[in-house]
Design a protein around this ligand. Structure first.
Ligand SMILES: CC(C)(COP(=O)(O)OP(=O)(O)OC[C@H]1O[C@@H](n2cnc3c(N)ncnc32)[C@H](O)[C@@H]1OP(=O)(O)O)[C@@H](O)C(=O)NCCC(=O)NCCS
Length: 187
């Protein structure tokens, strides 16, 4: 994994870009924000915690590539095309301690089941521990989301409990700085 500066807007810090063997996590382009909104509106409800309003979603994604107040959105780029998005977010109604980051991810249908989700998760997890002083990286998912649960388990994350959030029950997976270091610094 390498983290490198991209081109931030005027006055902004450089955009975050994280390169792995196959995927690059990078800033979203304007047309990709349209595609992300479309993906959000057509997603399986099992995979969406809370539907954001369109304006605030677009506004947030227009600031992608920057970590601000626990929020970061990055395109998952495969050979120059965005095939999805990975993010950190601040949960609604679940206080998190400093150093705890929550992660979410979604790939376009054609890019699923090929290992890109696992690679993207490992890249972002590493980056959060190395560059953002993370102590814990965690993520809720629907108990029935087998693909997501498999990715967490294959990536060295642990099932840490269940949470009731946004009117639903979720399973919460996580990895601590110690567990990440013990695994050789790879998520
Ligand atoms: C969840 C998601 C990010 C996983 O990324 P991915 O690239 O598809 O996952 P990978 O190919 O790395 O691995 C998926 C694993 O789950 C397994 N899997 C996938 N669907 C499965 C299913 N329905 N039942 C059993 N296993 C399944 C795959 O075989 C693979 O296991 P393997 O490592 O033994 O081969 C991706 O599928 C996705 O975007 N799904 C829709 C959005 C979503 O659910 N986001 C998460 C919300 S919390």
């Amino acid at each position: 994994m390498t983290a490198q500066p991209g081109s931030g807007g005027q006055g902004s810090p450089p955009s975050i870009a994280i390169r792995g063997p196959r995927v690059l996590l990078r800033v979203l382009q304007p047309d990709e924000i349209d595609a992300e909104w479309h993906a959000m509106t057509t997603a399986d409800p099992m995979t969406v915690g809370m539907m954001p309003d369109e304006a605030s979603f677009r506004d947030r994604l227009s600031r992608s590539g920057q970590l601000r107040g626990g929020w970061l959105d990055l395109a998952i780029d495969l050979g120059g095309q965005s095939v999805g998005r990975i993010q950190t977010f601040v949960p609604t109604g679940r206080p998190v301690s400093p150093g705890v980051f929550n992660v979410g991810i979604g790939l376009r249908e054609h890019a699923r089941g090929l290992g890109y989700g696992r690679e993207a998760l490992a890249l972002l997890t590493d980056w959060l521990f190395v560059c953002a002083q993370a102590q814990v990286v965690e993520a809720p998912t629907d108990p029935a989301n087998t693909a997501m649960r498999t990715v967490f388990e294959r990536s060295g994350w642990r099932l840490v409990g269940t949470v009731h959030e946004l009117g639903r029950q979720w399973v919460l997976y996580g990895i601590t700085r110690q567990q990440w270091a013990a695994a050789g610094g790879r998520g």
